[in-house]
Write a new protein. Sequence first.
Length: 139
Amino acid sequence: MAVEYPGYGLYKGASSDTQILNDAETVFDYLTTKLSIHPKDIIVFGRSMGSGPASYLASRKNVGALVLMSAFTSIRAVVRDLAGKWAQYLIKERFNNLEYMSRVTCPTFLIHGLKDNLIPYKQSQELHSKFFLYQSNHT
């Protein structure tokens, strides 16, 4: 199942990080309660901006796996890497994937191109390190 963001495509309304995270949980609840899909049979995938709600969901639900492509540590970190350290303080912190990753317990696969011009691949490396550290301390 693919999910659109509010304000894009057919989904009317204003887009906000809170609404996007609520929508992710609503879709998960629909799949597990209405369609009776077992949470372990759900693979959560997020690419770029979608890595935020995907990481969030995997940190809160007992899903089968998490797959992230071109993931970031946080929106603020992306701004820092694109526009400089001072610019990161001009925006609100959103989708703190680094924090979410410390609570992910399912198998996780990260994919990131070395020549990504928007999100540096080092951010996926940081997420991997956070996930691995968490796993090492909780097994």
